[in-house]
Design a binder for this molecule. Structure first.
Ligand code: AQP
Length: 328
């Protein structure tokens, strides 16, 4: 069975973008792949998080993994920092990644271009840690949203170079980007990605938002004055984004959605989108509440840690011998 690995960094509450672009797909893939899904808490601390809030977000992230349908019997679910080999292989990968490569990573470049203050060494080098996360498990596939594809490509380049220098050490992974929903955009500014760290909170739907406010955000989503429900991301980014959400959640084609809303107003269309999204979130929120009440999170993480650690310790040992930093 081919191996697949991915993770989410809960620097805030998980969003509809995380769900459509990542989480929902992990759930589908666990039937066909040996699945490893981690909570990227080391990646979280590349920016400051208030510790109490971070702890809550991490716990909610595990609960949401389960609520969305990840099954700990089929998927190995673990907390990144529980498997300490990640940080150590992360440093080794950092030493095998060139400054020029890190400088080209668009996420870091964007933050710099926006003039964000207090950028840390961690946020600059995190793609090397991400390479380690993936290579540790010799993953064949890495499902990611559009914005993370570049990091998987960097991971491939680094692994190929490492293999050429030291002999075959790592499997070369491939990114898997969903055809629909790989980049859900902000509802208030559909030219920007829906991100959990969005300042205004109006454009982002969080999976644990109360459903009234979800509906309100969708009804207020930015659209245009063309007055036609059709897929045209250039001219109608807002409507196209809402169509993408519908298509991802219901499997309807863009043509079918257009036909269903021929001659109808945006108000009616938005109400439909809100109904579909609220129905999906209601199911997730119900299961989330059960999981939180059942106190299963510790047990799931302990099982995941044990399984992941076995593979990681062997891999790190192999790599350390290969590069010559072990004496025995
Ligand atoms: N809007 C999105 N549309 C589709 N996919 C998305 N993903 C995130 N946002 C969207 C995908 O979810 C996985 C986990 O991402 P992450 O939360 O670890 O990191 P991120 O992409 O940096 O998410 P944010 O919300 O934008 O974080 P902040 O605001 O903290 O910078 C990835 O596969 C990602 O592509």
């Amino acid at each position: 069975m081919k191996r697949m690995l991915s993770g989410i960094k809960p620097t805030g509450q998980l969003t509809l973008g995380n769900y459509i672009g990542a989480l929902r797909n992990f759930v589908k893939y666990q039937d066909d792949y040996e699945m490893f899904v981690f909570i990227a808490n080391l990646h979280c601390i590349t920016v400051y998080n208030e510790p109490e809030e971070l702890r809550k977000n991490l716990k909610d992230c595990v609960a949401l993994y389960l609520a969305c349908g990840l099954d700990p019997k089929r998927s190995c679910i673990f907390l990144q920092s529980d498997v300490m080999e990640h940080a150590q292989l992360g440093f080794i990968m950092c030493c095998n990644t060139y400054l020029g490569e890190l400088n080209r990573m668009t996420q870091f470049k964007d933050k710099q271009a926006k003039g964000e203050q207090g950028l840390t060494g961690g946020i600059y080098t995190y793609p090397a840690l991400m390479s380690a996360d993936i290579l540790m498990y010799d993953a064949d596939y890495v499902p990611v949203g559009e914005d993370q594809k570049q990091h998987v490509e960097l991971c491939r380049d680094t692994a190929i170079r490492f293999n050429n220098r030291y002999g075959k050490s790592f499997n070369i992974p491939e990114p898997v980007v969903a055809k629909v929903g790989a980049k859900i955009m902000s509802l208030s500014d559909p030219t920007k990605k829906m991100s959990k760290s969005e300042q205004t909170n109006k454009g982002c739907i969080y999976l644990l938002d109360d459903l009234k406010s979800v509906r309100k955000k969708i009804m207020a989503a930015k659209t245009d004055d063309i007055a036609k429900v059709q897929y045209d991301p250039q001219q109608q980014p807002g409507i196209s984004n809402l169509m993408t959400i519908i298509s991802a959640l219901t499997n309807q084609s863009f043509d079918d959605i257009t036909k269903n809303f021929e001659g109808k107003g945006y108000g009616e269309f938005k109400k439909y989108v809100a109904d579909i999204v609220c129905e999906e979130l209601a199911m997730i929120q119900e299961r989330y509440a059960e999981i939180i009440n059942n106190n299963v999170i510790k047990e799931v993480l302990a099982e995941g840690k044990a399984r992941a650690e076995k593979i990681a310790s062997k891999k790190l040992d192999q790599i350390q011998r290969t590069i010559g930093i072990e004496i025995k």
